[in-house]
Design a binder for this molecule. Structure first.
Ligand SMILES: C[S@@+](CC[C@H](N)C(=O)[O-])C[C@H]1O[C@@H](n2cnc3c(N)ncnc32)[C@H](O)[C@@H]1O
Length: 304
């Protein structure tokens, strides 16, 4: 393990590993809290097998393209900036002025910015350079990295936060959780926030999955599954808080998610034509050309 030199300023973009535009490595300033494993930090590729490397490269390119499209309007999404949702995460996490925090899948940094004034230091990590480039980062250490690959020293962070990230990790989710656990101090907490179907009835869960399938390839989580993943990866004292978001605008969400007009129409239509069970589960209201729903979000804390 090596400790990198302290930077003179914490206000610059502090990228470690691959430069944001890919390819070349840059010498980057970095604060001393970022204890990195003594390893090549250029790219988290598998070590053996040409086919495996090619497959991983293809996946990385697809992921970058996907988030590049979504990055342009991400900050216009009402749900992402919902103050009550951010407050609920902060209340659940019990941050302290001494905490060193990692925000996994930070995206454009909405959660990191909310947490920053409450803690000692925050490290924002994301696989997508396009998402990271949307913010002019101040006083945050920024890392372009895949959470499934080892980067940080063991037992480093007091808390790790990941909002709306794990449902996007289609492969090696266990590895992502193991990496989080490894980088946490003993007694440190992982705080996960994820949207889930508004009810656990099979019909509602199936509707939720098929509706999201029109939008993207992703996981549908239930509380039971998430708690199961955390437990299987060594976390304990797993506790769930539910945050219900009222008046979630489907129109705002579809417009700003990088979808084709055709898919936006299909997803709006699947909402407006849903049957009573689904409409009731979402407390759905039609308002002009918009559809407002009540979404269910879990904030789960788990201890190392
Ligand atoms: C829906 S956005 C959430 C952004 C932010 N957490 C928020 O709540 O506003 C999901 C983010 O997870 C990132 N992500 C997905 N897979 C990742 C991985 N394996 N490692 C790191 N980041 C990842 C994406 O690039 C994207 O920025």
């Amino acid at each position: 393990m090596r400790t990198l030199k302290k930077s003179n300023s914490r206000s610059a973009h502090q990228y470690i590993g691959t430069a944001v535009n890919g390819g070349t490595r840059r010498a980057v300033p970095c604060v001393d809290v970022l204890q990195l494993r003594d390893r090549d930090t250029t790219s988290p590729e598998p070590k053996t097998g040409h086919n495996k490397v090619t497959e991983r490269t293809r996946m990385n390119n697809d992921t970058e393209r996907f988030w590049h499209i979504r990055a342009s309007n991400y900050d216009k999404l009402y749900w992402a900036k919902d103050g009550d949702y951010l407050d609920a995460i902060v209340e659940t996490a019990h941050f302290t002025r001494n905490d060193l925090v990692l925000d996994v899948g930070t995206g454009t940094g909405v959660v990191a910015e909310r947490i920053k004034p409450l803690v000692r230091h925050i490290v924002a990590l994301d696989i997508s350079g396009s998402m990271l480039e949307k913010r002019r980062w101040e006083g945050v250490s920024v890392v372009k990295w895949d959470i499934r690959a080892t980067l940080f020293a063991d037992d480093l962070f007091d808390k790790i936060v990941a909002r709306m990230v794990f449902h996007h990790i289609l492969n090696d989710l266990n590895e992502a959780m193991r990496q989080c656990r490894r980088a946490l101090k003993a007694g440190g907490k992982l705080i996960i926030a994820e949207g889930v179907p508004p009810s656990n009835s099979r019909k509602v869960v199936d509707w939720y999955s098929s509706m999201f399938a029109l939008k993207e390839e992703r996981r549908t989580f239930t509380e039971k599954q998430l708690v199961g993943y955390l437990g299987a990866n060594g976390f304990r004292n797993i506790q769930t808080t539910v945050y219900m978001m009222d008046n979630f605008s489907i129109k705002n969400w579809l417009r700003n998610s990088g979808l084709s007009k055709e898919n936006q129409c299909k997803i709006m239509q699947i909402h407006t034509s849903a049957d009573k069970t689904i409409k009731d589960a979402y407390q759905m209201k039609i308002k002009g050309d918009d559809c407002l729903v009540r979404t269910k979000n879990l904030i789960i804390t788990a201890e190392k």
